[in-house]
Design a protein around this ligand. Structure first.
Ligand SMILES: Nc1nc2c(ncn2[C@@H]2O[C@H](COP(=O)(O)OP(=O)(O)OP(=O)(O)O)[C@@H](O)[C@H]2O)c(=O)[nH]1
Length: 329
């Protein structure tokens, strides 16, 4: 019988630093000659970050959230992927990056499906928190119910919390975030405070959860993180987050682009994509999170055409596209 692959669910709200931590994990694996496999899940139809993972075994689940619309596909595809491997190709670790609005318990449900329970062994649910946005996202004045529900489900179900982006906040704010999180999380869930997800990888890889081949060791829902599973519900799955894709035919001005992104209300939580800039040649991958725009020149050619992906609640695609065309064309 093949070994069960230790699996880690990496959750956290949009832009909190999941991919950053995943890359730290992959660097660790490379240094230590370990074979990782990765599941990447996006609610949009395109994964503009695919180039970051081009030498690794990657299973992409696009256009839906594993936690709801494509849960069945995920179970089937992951099972087929793992069972198609020869013994020597079986990965040492499986990292599953959720969409940012995923309810981790639903991914746990998928991983503990009878089809997968012999293939994977869930070790931990790692939750990334964007320290710079946490209080705002929890505020009933500046945030929506959808955002608060997703955040809460991610914090309460995690077995390891990374409080990230502490470089962007003051000590006073950090104390408020700590207090708020401590009230919500399970008592035995560790919290590590970081910038750029810089956490001791061995600590991160420690087993925090136990599942049995015959079933789950605690709770009827599949969650093994130690709390009372009857307490949480699996509703609220049809979150109204959506991703909008804008194709970008021409190079755009960097400053204008940044100003355009910053004019969006807070319901537009995350931007990412690939653009060309008027000021210099080449393709740039961009990230927009926590109201910060970051552009990185792409070192290798990409098959993807330039595009902008915006994620949020109640985004009006026609209006956004019109505003883009008016500003840049
Ligand atoms: N200032 C600061 N920026 C960070 C930190 N961690 C990550 N970032 C940046 O935040 C942006 C989003 O980070 P990602 O790792 O892509 O976030 P994510 O959670 O994978 O995003 P989604 O997949 O869209 O939900 C990137 O530009 C990162 O470089 C941090 O600790 N401090």
């Amino acid at each position: 019988m093949k070994k069960r692959v230790p699996a880690y669910i990496i959750t956290g709200f949009l832009g909190s630093g999941k991919t950053t931590v995943l890359q730290n994990l992959l660097t660790y694996c490379k240094k230590n000659n370990l074979k990782p496999a990765i599941v990447l899940n996006e609610i949009g139809e395109t994964n503009v970050e695919q180039d970051l993972f081009h030498n690794d075994q990657v299973l992409e689940m696009l256009n839906g959230c594993i936690c709801c619309s494509i849960q069945g596909d995920f179970t089937q595809e992951l099972h087929s992927f793992l069972t198609s491997l020869n013994e020597e190709d079986v990965p040492d670790f499986l990292f599953i990056e959720g969409t940012g609005v995923a309810n981790p318990l639903e991914i746990v449900d998928a991983l503990t499906d009878p089809l997968l329970i012999d293939d994977v062994d869930l070790y931990s649910i790692i939750n990334l928190i964007d320290g710079s946005k946490y209080l705002e996202y929890h505020s009933i004045f500046s945030s929506s119910k959808e955002v608060r529900t997703v955040l809460k489900s991610q914090v309460t179900t995690s077995s390891f919390i990374i409080l990230n982006k502490v470089d962007l906040i003051t000590e006073k704010m950090l104390q408020k975030v700590r207090k708020k999180m401590t009230d919500l999380k399970m008592d035995d869930t560790p919290i590590v405070e970081t910038s750029y997800g810089d956490v001791d990888i061995q600590l991160l890889l420690e087993r925090k959860i136990r599942t049995r081949r015959t079933g789950i060791s605690k709770g009827k829902c599949g969650c093994t993180s130690g709390h009372h599973c009857e307490d949480h519900s699996h509703q609220d799955l049809n979150h109204s987050f959506q991703a909008i894709k804008i194709n970008v035919a021409n190079p755009i001005d960097r400053i204008q682009f940044e100003n355009w992104l910053k004019r969006f209300p807070d319901t537009m939580v995350r931007g990412k994509g690939i653009v060309q800039l008027t000021e210099t040649v080449g393709m740039f991958q961009f990230q927009y999170a926590s109201k910060q725009l970051k552009l990185n020149r792409m070192k290798e050619a990409t098959k993807l055409d330039p595009c902008i992906i915006l994620i949020g609640v109640d985004l009006k695609s026609k209006e956004i596209e019109a505003s883009f065309n008016k500003t840049f064309n």
